[in-house]
Ligand binder design. Structure first.
Ligand code: HEM
Length: 122
């Protein structure tokens, strides 16, 4: 069984993404990053990304993490805050601690691609 199946498949991923974004966009330290973003589009991409990250059936076909986040000036603290919201979301949705740790570990290596300067032109 993949991690995707064990956390409850498409339904769980959809619920997790909805809850995750509610938390992120209402966090005063993070809201500004998302002020001009079309949330419906972003959620669809995020869903696809998370699904692929946990071994689900649809491969993520969006831009690379470096491209998607270039020039946004995302700080290390903001990255940690977003990951903490994801962990809190999965905890609230009763995803077992072992699975949450696996997901958080899988996101760690993306940090260097996502954290960057506001003027990056990658
Ligand atoms: C935990 C790791 C993260 C993952 C897996 C992730 C994933 C994604 C994905 C899949 C997209 C859509 C890409 C596309 O449309 O082609 C995206 C866009 C975006 N992300 Fe992230 N992200 C992460 C961390 C962050 C952080 C920490 C911030 C800011 C604090 C952030 C802010 C944004 C913004 C503002 C966009 C929209 C960019 C645009 O539409 O031009 N992301 N992210």
């Amino acid at each position: 069984m993949t991690l995707y199946e064990s956390i409850g498949g498409e339904t769980a991923v959809r619920a997790a993404v909805d809850e995750f974004y509610r938390r992120v966009v209402t966090d005063p330290d993070l809201a500004a990053y998302f002020a001009d973003v079309d949330l419906a589009r972003l959620k669809a991409h995020q869903r696809a990304f998370l699904t692929a990250a946990v071994g689900g059936p649809t491969a993520y076909q969006g831009r690379s993490m470096a491209e998607a986040h270039a020039g946004l000036g995302i700080t290390g603290a903001a990255f940690d805050a977003v990951v903490a919201h994801l962990v809190a979301t999965l905890t609230r949705l009763n995803v077992p601690t072992t699975e949450i740790a696996q997901i958080a570990t899988a996101l760690g290596p993306l940090r260097d691609d996502i954290v960057g300067s506001r003027t990056s032109t990658e």
